[in-house]
Design a protein around this ligand. Structure first.
Ligand code: NAD
Length: 479
């Protein structure tokens, strides 16, 4: 990429990762062959095949649910919380010890920059296990009772494979549930490494089961009669299908779905910090972030200056090898996702918005999309309404705080939002009026295990993280 600064390549060594040619399923504490077929998982940066992974059939899912039920009845639900906590602490410590291995594998399989997997994903994953380990023997103080639900069936997406696993597994186990988890079909490898970590931690067999596969495997989990709780993170379309599939059953459900967050910048905002926040909001993790600040709402009086500085900053973003420590924007996770991004960007062009990307040399192999900004966007444009889930920002302007709030709330989603202003009173006023589960002020994309995360409307229901995250896994919780 043409750049003001030139860096020598600084790739992280991948030798720390022990990739096996093929992987089975993790059921009842052991790796077993599946009864179904298998699929390949590739590096999206090079299209290199990393491994062959088992596709769990209905029979395999049934075996995993049975193992989870046995472990629930015989061991896990009977164990005192203080004992469960020891396992969770042990898992958290092993995650820290094997942090580099997990980060390299995550970047290989997902395409995200190593500086993000190393400095964000893995530390936050460990923090989640530490945090919920702390709750395991204090559940009576959380306000949802102490009775677990039973077997949790958990289905997660590909954008934060390990982090979504932690958000699902840590609270479930802390509350005394056992789990059957399915990672996304394009990013199964760190979940399988996590299975090894469960073995290393001597976690009783069946407490955690990992079954790999695509949509049909997810469906088999969600519709299994002996699953008490369904936890899903992914697209709104699949979330709706799951809500329909479990309607009329006793199953409890939490859904974490898509978003189209407004990042609102007022004219008194510290402009350079706001530019950093905008860049972090939309280009972090290639924009594959459900709470990404994908709609920039900027006050009209500073729009020209802010956009000029934003473009200058975008021109310094380094796109390329996810394992290079200098890389800011890695590979798009899959060919399918790249097609989706291209399709919506074409719609933006056709709708008359003005597209800009910095000059950018993209690698020949692999899946790539340059950091992109659309100006001249109106509320009716599809690029202002639909989730692109890629490194593409849509910019709208506003004149007054009430217009900003109205535009921000004009969306079927309600997951997150950002507010940039010097005035504390304005932050409180605007944040109180935004229909979003999380509102960041003068920052963006900050994740902390103590803080609940979740949405309104089409962004789903239920909260993950914090004390509130326990509600989804205890009989006395409302979700
Ligand atoms: P997706 O819904 O296609 O897939 C998510 C998971 O569901 C995968 O594991 C997939 O195999 C599985 N699945 C697919 N069809 C299924 C079915 N019928 N029944 C059960 N499981 C099924 O989503 P995706 O494209 O992989 O992920 C991107 C989406 O996820 C985006 O819309 C994004 O906003 C959303 N997301 C939301 C959050 C959040 O916390 N709110 C976090 C990350 C991603």
């Amino acid at each position: 990429m043409s750049n003001v600064f030139e860096y020598a390549p600084a790739p992280e060594s991948r030798s720390i990762v022990d990739l096996k040619p093929s992987y089975g399923l993790f059921v009842n504490g052991e790796f077993v062959d599946g009864h179904g077929s298998s699929f390949k998982t590739i590096s999206p940066a090079t299209e290199e095949v990393l491994a062959e992974v088992a596709e769990a059939s209905d029979v395999d899912v049934d075996a995993a649910v049975k193992a989870a039920r046995r472990a629930y009845n015989r061991v896990w639900s009977r164990m005192p919380g203080s004992e469960r906590a020891k396992y969770l602490y042990r898992i958290a410590r092993i995650i820290q010890e094997r942090g580099r291995e997990l980060a390299v594998l995550e970047s290989l399989d997902n395409g995200k920059p190593i500086k993000e997997s190393r400095d964000v994903d893995v530390p936050v994953v460990a923090a989640h296990f530490f945090y919920y380990a702390g709750w395991a023997d204090k559940l009576e103080h959380a306000g949802y009772g102490t009775t677990p639900l039973g077997v949790a069936g958990q289905v997660i997406p590909w954008n934060f494979p390990l982090l979504m696993l932690a958000w699902k597994i840590a609270p479930a186990l802390a509350c005394g549930n056992t789990v059957v988890l399915k990672p996304a079909e394009t990013t199964p490898l760190t979940a399988l490494l996590f299975a090894e970590i469960c073995q290393q931690a001597d976690l009783p067999p069946g407490v955690v089961n990992i079954v790999t596969g695509a949509g049909p495997t997810g469906q088999a989990i969600v519709s299994h009669a002996d699953v008490d709780k369904v936890a899903f993170t992914g697209s709104t379309a699949v979330g709706k299908a799951i809500a329909r599939a479990v309607a009329g059953t006793q199953k409890r459900v939490t859904l974490e779905l898509g978003g189209k967050a407004a990042n609102i910048v007022f004219d008194d905002a510290p402009i350079d910090q706001a530019v950093e926040g905008i860049v972090n909001g939309i280009f972090f993790n290639q924009g594959h972030v459900c709470c990404a600040g994908s709609r920039l709402l900027v006050q009209e009086s500073i729009a020209d200056e802010l956009l000029a500085r934003l473009k200058r900053r975008m021109a310094t973003l380094r796109v390329g090898d996810p394992l290079d420590k200098n890389t800011d924007v890695g590979a798009i996770n899959s060919h399918r996702q790249l097609e989706r991004i291209r399709e919506l960007v074409d719609v933006g062009d056709a709708e008359g918005a003005e597209r800009w990307s910095p000059p950018c040399e993209l690698p020949e192999r692999g899946f790539w999309f340059p950091p992109t900004v659309f100006t001249g966007v109106s509320q009716a444009h599809r690029i202002a309404r639909e989730e692109i889930f890629g490194p593409v920002l849509s910019v709208l302007t506003f004149r007054t705080p009430s217009e900003a709030v109205e535009k921000a709330n004009n969306t079927p989603f309600g997951l997150s939002a950002g507010v940039w202003t010097e005035k504390g009173s304005r932050i409180l006023d605007v944040a109180g009026k935004l229909r979003a589960g999380v509102v960041w002020a003068n920052t963006f994309n900050k994740f902390d295990p103590t803080s609940p995360f979740g949405g309104y409307q089409e962004s789903g229901y239920g909260r993950e993280g914090g004390r509130q995250g326990l509600a989804a896994y205890l009989q006395g919780g409302e979700a």
